[in-house]
Design a protein around this ligand. Structure first.
Ligand code: ZN
Length: 287
């Protein structure tokens, strides 16, 4: 994989402390029409790409003229697939601890990283990528992107992508707007001009607010559903401490953990998805 150096100067302009407060609620703002997704244009930079697709059962024929889908709260899938997402890192200690938990269980997750933390912890970024997780753009300094100017928005996106590419050699294929603050116009822009689908969520344990591991794990476990995109924050020790319970319980219920791009690759029009998808079979003993 190549290590690209584009954008380091842009990144430098933004250099700021990583640990700023950026964990207020992330209210969902957008309603997403249930359409077929389109292929990612991912034009701009040369790079290695996030590998989509994997344990997908079938690839459905797409109905004619389905409008392009720019953003997702969840996916329609034929199986107990879910995507765990972790925002706002990487964090010096909590992210490596979480990576250990994922590795022990052979699970894949997606990390929506903040650019100013990426440049602070390049080695953690390398580890995230090396262990097969997906990395997405979560802006440089975590502003509400629907309230910044065009130039600022461009810098927030480009400097973060450049930092991710520099540390991992991989260009992000998806992004998550801080606080879920976006719009139909921005979703189209992120998809078409940045080559990134906009990823929101369908399960939110409010872990930024409730720093209680038992509460966080029970909310995620109760909210989980096939095709779920689950929001969490690996900057909080309480959230990371909740993960063994979350992972082991959901594995025991038969859920399979995939990256966001893998989940998107399985997305189908709702009418083509079988009804009886709740996971049934118990998984082999989780560790
Ligand atoms: Zn965030």
């Amino acid at each position: 994989m190549k290590h690209l150096l584009i954008g380091t100067s842009i990144a430098a302009i933004f250099l700021a402390a990583c640990h700023t407060a950026r964990t207020q609620g992330e209210p969902t703002v957008v309603v997403v029409p249930p359409d077929e997704m389109s292929r990612d244009p991912a034009a701009a930079a040369p790079t290695a790409k996030v590998v989509p697709a994997a344990p997908s059962p079938t690839t459905a024929a797409s109905p004619a003229a389905a409008p392009v889908k720019h953003s997702y709260n969840s996916c329609n899938v034929d199986g107990p697939y879910i995507a765990m997402t972790f925002d706002d890192g990487p964090h010096e200690t909590n992210t490596p601890r979480l990576l250990d938990m994922l590795k022990q269980r052979g699970l894949k997750a997606t990390f929506y990283v903040v650019g100013q933390c990426v440049v602070e912890y390049p080695d953690i970024m390398k580890r995230i990528a090396a262990e097969g997780h997906e990395i997405g753009n979560h802006s440089w300094s975590h502003p509400a992107l629907n309230s910044v100017g065009a130039e600022s928005l461009r810098k927030q996106m480009d400097s973060t992508t450049a930092a991710i590419v520099k540390s991992t050699g991989i260009r992000p294929a998806t992004m998550r707007p801080p606080y879920g603050a976006t719009s139909a116009r921005l979703n189209k822009l992120f998809d078409e001009q940045y080559g990134m689908k906009v990823i929101l969520w369908s399960v939110d344990p409010l872990d930024w607010k409730n720093r209680n591991s038992a509460t966080v794990s029970s909310r995620i476990i109760q909210g989980a559903h096939p095709g779920a995109i689950i929001l969490a924050h690996d900057i909080h020790a309480t959230t990371v401490a909740a993960m063994p319970e979350v992972f082991d319980t959901l594995l025991a219920k038969g859920y399979k953990f995939v990256t966001v791009s893998e989940l998107l690759a399985m997305d189908r029009p709702p009418q083509l998805v079988k009804k009886e998808t709740p996971p049934a079979k118990p998984a082999p003993a989780a560790q």
